[in-house]
Design a protein around this ligand. Structure first.
Ligand code: 5GP
Ligand code: ZN
Length: 114
């Protein structure tokens, strides 16, 4: 989608520190990390937010799970633990309107979130 920063990153029109890619997903380091490990898993397809996922996108969620599994092992946080966050719409604090899964780790994650 034109003017979507994550579409542009997925298309390599904007540089990022890519850590994973498959046919349907990219993952890259967050530009403003909130933890020692902070990566974003992003579908290549423009999906505005979590509730805009279609039942036909079920395969995408399987891939997201596989990417979380692979990346957390590679980044050394699979055993210590981590948090996956999907900020959704205004009250969820979503600032980029293209679905993305934050994977945060490398420190203790407080609860409740702010
Ligand atoms: P949200 O607030 O929508 O849940 O998360 C958006 C995330 O995208 C933020 O953590 C922000 O730091 C990150 N972000 C925004 N623009 C860029 C960018 O151009 N490159 C990268 N790598 N991360 C970005
Ligand atoms: Zn997009």
């Amino acid at each position: 989608m034109a003017d979507c920063i994550f579409c542009k990153i997925a298309a390599k029109e904007i540089p990022s520190q890519l850590v994973y890619e498959d046919e349907e997903l990219v993952a890259f380091k967050d530009i403003n990390p909130q933890a020692p490990v902070h990566v974003l898993i992003v579908p290549k397809k423009h999906i505005p937010h979590l509730l805009a996922l279609d039942p036909a996108d079920a395969d995408l969620l399987k891939r997201v799970h596989a990417a979380i599994s692979k990346l957390t092992r590679e980044l050394g946080i699979a055993d210590s633990g981590f948090r996956v966050v999907v900020n959704t719409l205004k009250d969820g604090g979503q600032t980029v309107p293209h679905l993305h899964f934050h994977v945060l780790g490398g420190r203790f994650m407080n609860w409740p979130p702010g």
